[in-house]
Design a protein around this ligand. Structure first.
Ligand code: NAP
Length: 248
């Protein structure tokens, strides 16, 4: 809720499932935001609108493929036109296209950089004007522990997520005087479609490397995001916050 009692407008990319869905629902319920969540398909966007209405929360889904730069700019301009501002931006949409670098095709490299890193440049730029004017804003990137530790077969993903750290720290310095904070939440392994693809054996090996012996839940990430998006986190900016059961 804003200081004048109006609900804050939050925009969450990749809200149709997994971590983005949990963030979208929690921002609407705990931070009293109106949340616009994105999916790449009409059916996904409708599912987002339905989960908000089923929960009696303010929010709806829109179609956005962040691979398409022009679509990002058009969608955000339409939302800002409708709601006057986006106060809280969550760059969550992410993909993996794993391969050893020696075998990695150019499109596997560029797709991952575009969706996981380039999109955050375009969404941030589109939201900053109204945030600067309002002298308040929150930008939260969803990174990954892989951006800090690396992983064989994920050089594209690790480079994109490490790039988000540099973006976060630099932009945080640029906009701090306007009371806009920019932070990155770096999940470890979280129970979503991204992790569901693992075999039982891979999952067992993974859990062995997590000190608390559990794969996290999307809500574990959403709790941290809701804190960073709130007034309580006014003095936290330019930070990478790891949520990973102690694995890093
Ligand atoms: P997920 O379950 O695979 O969901 C991905 C979301 O991103 C979906 O909403 C999907 O929309 C959307 N998306 C995919 N490609 C997109 C595109 N080109 N344009 C716009 N949206 C797109 O993923 P997740 O596990 O929740 O991951 C969310 C974020 O957390 C990602 O940035 C990921 O890198 C990060 N992360 C996840 C884990 C983990 O263990 N799960 C760990 C570390 C970091 P559709 O439904 O329309 O496809």
């Amino acid at each position: 809720m804003s200081q004048n009692g109006q609900p804050k407008i939050a925009f969450v990319t990749g809200a149709s499932r997994g971590i983005g869905r949990a963030i979208a629902l929690k921002l609407a319920s705990e931070n009293a935001c109106t949340v616009i969540g994105t999916a790449t398909s009409r059916a996904g966007a409708d599912r987002i609108s339905k989960f908000f209405s089923d929960a009696g929360l303010n929010g709806y889904g829109v179609v956005l493929d962040v691979h398409e730069t022009g679509q990002i700019q058009k969608t955000l301009a339409e939302i800002i036109d409708r709601h006057q501002s986006i106060d809280i931006l969550i760059n969550n949409a992410g993909i993996t296209r794993d391969n050893l670098l020696m075998r990695m095709k150019e499109n596997e490299w560029y797709d991952v950089i575009k969706v996981n890193l380039d999109a955050a440049y375009f969404t941030s730029k589109a939201c900053l004007r109204t945030m600067m004017k309002a002298r308040w804003g929150r930008i939260i990137q969803i990174g990954s522990v892989i951006g800090s530790i690396g992983n064989a077969g994920q050089s594209n993903y690790a480079a994109a997520k490490a790039g988000l750290i540099g973006l976060t720290k630099s932009l945080a310095c640029e906009v701090a005087p306007r009371n806009i904070t920019v932070n990155l939440v770096a999940p470890g392994f979280i129970e979503t479609d991204m992790v569901a693809a693992l075999s039982d054996k891979q999952r067992q090996q993974l859990v062995e490397h997590i000190p608390n012996k559990k794969i996290g839940k999307p809500e574990d990430i959403a709790h941290m995001v809701c804190f960073l998006a709130s007034y309580r986190a006014d003095y936290v900016t330019g930070q990478v916050i790891h949520v990973n059961g102690g694995m890093y």
